[in-house]
Design a protein around this ligand. Structure first.
Ligand SMILES: Cc1cc2nc3c(=O)[nH]c(=O)nc-3n(C[C@H](O)[C@H](O)[C@H](O)COP(=O)(O)OP(=O)(O)OC[C@H]3O[C@@H](n4cnc5c(N)ncnc54)[C@H](O)[C@@H]3O)c2cc1C
Length: 429
């Protein structure tokens, strides 16, 4: 008699749910179990996007979309062609959840409430008869027929067919035919140790999407101030990004800074988050162009004081600080501004420099750079090239995107592909 085909999904997050639902839908005869270490599934989905869940991004060209991934961009082209943001929108729509697009391309449920997404995923799992076990950490995964296993470093035969797996749980051992590892990017659940135990290499972990700690008189008291399109860069590196920048109590934040942190996750970790950030407040870093823009605006302002007449449209409080930082007395009128003062002002607008002394995690979104080495995974199926029958999905991989819904899209895409492939039963010869 045929035994039930069993698929274990380790991790009850976005990737784990998507993988489990897909596997159960592809193979309704299979028994699919999600193991979640904590008491709550989908905890990150719930807190995501400031409680609104930035579910995906309205970017429907795979080659364009992958540009938003500091790690994983090459590998994700194929997967995004198979299951991209358009498919995410359709997947949720088919289950009664409508997404809307904001001006910057981010997509949210029309309810602006992450529980809409959480409830939808839970309902989908329940209708597909996925079993969800909370408070059930998977402590080790052993390959059936392998000598050691789990955390102890078994190296399965890459050519060998999967014979199955034993999951070591707190209260015993359970056998499964396939395992999907979707344990997230953090160190907490030990997902990377499970992958290592099954022969995988883990690229060094480092935080991504963080904000910069800066203590500087120019920014003091400007908390809450935002500029819509700055250029931020790190002198001495190739790191350069554009986007909104926000002054916070602890330094600088906003999408421009978060993008810079994502692209610089490794370099900035290597210098222990001690570096200089340069800000072009109007988005124009070319000093001659800033000088020309000021010259064009100052003609009509000739008799006005610098601090009351700002030709660049920057927020007034910031402009006052830049004038001060340039060493120009606040009462100076435009037509009495000496050349030296103008040059200092141009420099303050186009290239303010701040010493960064550390990082802070962004409350809206943070992710881990590093994880399971991508070369060791077949992106057509998300199956391990080291351990047949093992699949990966989500942030446990060395994949991370910039802020904007790209990290969930990685979870949906890789989860869907892993679920599809893991559910296929290969007929016995
Ligand atoms: C505050 C915040 C806001 C965010 N907002 C957004 C957003 O709006 N849009 C966006 O695209 N991205 C956002 N992100 C990023 C996004 O949440 C993650 O990239 C995504 O959740 C990753 O999904 P995952 O399923 O791979 O991992 P996770 O969501 O981390 O899920 C992994 C699960 O596995 C469990 N687990 C780990 N080890 C074990 C084990 N050994 N046994 C059993 N269970 C285990 C964990 O407890 C966890 O529940 C945000 C992140 C944060 C922190």
């Amino acid at each position: 008699m045929n035994e039930t085909f069993k698929i274990a999904v380790i991790g009850g997050g976005a990737a784990g749910f998507f993988a489990a639902v897909r596997a159960a839908e592809v193979n309704p005869a299979a028994r699919v179990v999600i193991f979640e270490a904590t008491a709550h599934v989908l905890a990150k989905v719930r807190i995501s996007g400031g409680g609104r869940c930035n579910t995906t991004h309205a970017c429907f060209e795979a080659r364009e979309l992958v540009k938003r991934y500091p790690r994983g961009s090459r590998e994700l082209i194929g997967p995004f062609n198979r299951f991209g943001p358009r498919d995410t929108v359709a997947w949720f729509a088919a289950r009664g959840v409508e997404l809307k697009t904001e001006a910057d391309g981010r997509m949210f449920p029309v309810t602006d409430d992450s529980s809409t997404i959480v409830d939808c995923l839970r309902r989908a799992a329940s209708s597909a008869a996925v079993e969800v076990r909370v408070r059930t950490p998977v402590e080790a995964v052993e390959v059936e027929g392998g000598e050691a296993g789990g955390m102890s470093g078994v190296k399965p035969d890459p050519q060998g067919a999967s014979g199955g797996f034993r999951l070591v749980l707190r209260d015993g051992v359970e056998r499964f035919d396939r395992v999907i590892l979707a344990a997230g990017g953090g160190k907490a659940g030990g997902g990377h140790a499970l992958a290592e135990g099954l022969g995988h290499t883990i690229e060094t972990l480092a935080p991504s999407l963080f904000t910069f700690q800066i203590e500087d008189a120019v920014l003091r008291g400007l908390e809450g101030l935002a500029v819509p399109e700055a250029e931020v860069s790190v002198p001495g590196t190739k790191l350069k990004e554009r986007g909104p920048v926000l002054v916070t109590h602890w330094g600088l934040s906003g999408p421009g800074i978060l993008r810079l942190s994502a692209w610089g996750a490794r370099e900035l970790a290597a210098c222990d988050y001690q570096f200089t950030v340069r800000v072009a407040w109007t988005g124009e870093a070319n000093e001659e162009k800033v000088r020309a823009a000021i010259a064009a605006g100052r003609e009509s302002l000739a008799r006005k004081q610098l601090t009351t007449a700002n030709p660049l449209g920057l927020p007034g409080r910031l402009w006052d600080r830049l004038v001060e930082a340039a060493g120009v007395p606040a009462t100076t009128v435009w037509n009495a501004l000496p050349k030296k003062g103008l040059s200092a002002l141009v420099r303050a607008v186009a290239a303010s420099e701040f010493a960064v002394t550390g990082k802070s995690m962004n409350k809206e979104e943070f992710v881990t750079c590093g994880g399971v080495r991508l070369k060791e995974v077949n992106f057509k199926t998300m199956e391990s090239r080291r351990c047949p029958g093992l699949y990966f999905a989500g942030e446990v991989l060395d994949i991370d995107g910039i802020t904007g819904g790209f990290n969930f899209q990685n979870a949906w895409t890789t989860g869907w592909i892993a679920g599809s492939a893991a559910a296929e039963v290969i007929p016995a010869e």
